[in-house]
Design a protein around this ligand. Structure first.
Ligand code: ADP
Length: 419
């Protein structure tokens, strides 16, 4: 009996032992699998954990090694892509011009900060470019570049909402050879340059016109005299006076133009010294008092005590001369007050008259070269239209501010805030 029992027990024990080994092995495999699933799951979400270490796990060790290698490579690639993308970001940010990448379907796929700022929209990515740049020339140029696959450029004007003058350069973009991916558009803002060009053109036209008037008069009267009018003594004297007046006018114009251009060119550097405004006002009043008296105008000074500022004395004198000259020209009676006061915490030098005043709509244009409210009246009064432009430039060169307060029929006060 016991001889038959023993092999049975042995078989049962062996069965149990192998069952235990199987269970242990299955558990180990499950543990390996759990760790591999966990690790690869994190990897799939871009989370790079410490190396997966499976000791004596046979094929699982190999799988873990492969996963570790994959993870290292993926990490390297991700770092490289991030680096590239931040480098591209820096490059895009440092491009001073506006840049758009438009894909072949006409949708904006990339825009730098300057472009966002230029087009005044918070988001350009994903927008059809024709919604952003409503300009037929630009639209047809995009088409042309797409079809020809050659770069092209043009100049366009956009209302954004203020008018912008842009030079735009388009280039085809191909990520793989022969396969057009889109178009790169670079916009250079030439608005400021265009404005300057227009100002220069206007200035040349105005200056030529202003100079031509007295030159034509001088030429005409001189020819009349040569042609025989010189014999007619009475008229000849009249003509000579006209010629003298026109020459004076020409002289004033040229002098004002020279002053203006030397200030603009920055040739005349400011020679700042301590200037006692009270003494300077006295000096200028002495120069202008006769001219004022001729029109029954009186000059008064409103300064108490010593008012010393750091400034270029000759230039401040020029400012006061121009402002008092205007006050005299555009007043027919009353008092012209020149003084200093405190306003908004700053020292304010002012010239106040009770003359014809300036209609409100013209006030922003005062200081433009050759701008006058009434050109013929200004000419009759001997004005060149450059007086306030000179004042404005001198004030600006000192870093000060000018404010003109005026009302038609009520007089004018020009204030210079010294900072
Ligand atoms: P102008 O030589 O004509 O005086 P300015 O540049 O000095 O040239 O002044 C430009 C214009 O501003 C004048 O033509 C005039 O219309 C107006 N203006 C300047 N100052 C005064 C003032 N004190 N009262 C009225 N108008 C003035």
């Amino acid at each position: 009996m016991s001889g038959r029992l023993f092999p049975l027990i042995k078989s049962v024990l062996m069965f149990l032992a192998s069952g235990l080994v199987m269970t242990w092995k299955t558990n180990r495999i499950r543990q390996y699998m759990d760790r591999i699933i966990d690790y690869s799951g994190a990897l799939a979400h871009g989370i790079f954990r410490q190396k997966l270490y499976l000791k004596d796990a046979g094929e699982f060790t190999e799988l873990a090694n492969n996963l570790n290698n994959m993870s290292a490579e993926l990490k390297d690639n991700m770092e490289r892509v991030n680096k590239e993308s931040s480098r591209l970001d820096v490059i895009l940010k440092s491009i001073p011009d506006s840049m758009l990448l438009i894909n072949t379907a006409g949708v904006i796929k990339l825009a730098n900060k300057t472009a966002v700022h230029l087009f005044g929209l918070p988001q350009l990515y994903g927008k059809p470019f024709i919604e952003v740049i409503r300009n037929p020339d630009f639209v047809s140029l995009v088409e042309k570049v797409k079809n020809s696959r050659m770069p092209a450029s043009t100049e366009i004007t956009l209302d954004l909402p203020e008018e912008k003058y842009l030079f735009v350069k388009l280039s085809p973009l191909a990520y793989t050879v022969g396969d057009l991916s889109g178009v790169i558009a670079i916009f250079s803002d030439l608005t400021h340059l265009k404005k300057l060009e227009q100002i220069r053109k206007d200035f040349v036209a105005n200056a030529s016109h202003e100079l031509k008037t007295p030159v034509t008069a001088i030429k005409g009267f001189t020819e009349t005299l040569i042609d025989g009018a010189i014999e007619d003594k009475e008229n000849a004297t009249k003509f000579l006076y006209t010629i003298k007046n026109q020459s004076d006018r020409l002289n004033r114009l040229v002098e004002d133009l020279l002053v203006l251009s030397s200030i603009e060119l920055g040739e005349e550097k400011l020679n700042r010294t301590d200037v006692d405004l009270s003494i300077l006002i006295d000096k200028v009043m002495e120069t202008m008092v006769v001219k004022a008296a001729e029109k029954n105008l009186s000059l008064t000074k409103s300064v108490s005590g010593d008012k010393t500022i750091k400034a270029d004395m000759d230039k401040v004198e020029q400012v006061l001369l121009n402002l008092i000259d205007n006050a005299i020209k555009f007043s027919s009676s009353g008092v012209i007050d020149i003084g200093i006061m405190q306003e908004d915490g700053l020292t304010c030098l002012y010239v106040k008259d009770s003359g014809i005043g300036i209609p409100e709509q013209y006030i922003p244009r005062l200081g433009e070269r050759f701008f006058r409210v009434d050109t013929s009246r200004s000419r009759e009064l001997g004005g060149t239209g450059l007086g306030l432009a000179i004042v404005k430039h001198i004030v600006k060169a000192h870093g000060w501010n000018m404010k003109i307060e005026s009302e038609a029929g009520m007089g004018t006060t020009v204030k210079i805030f010294i900072s």
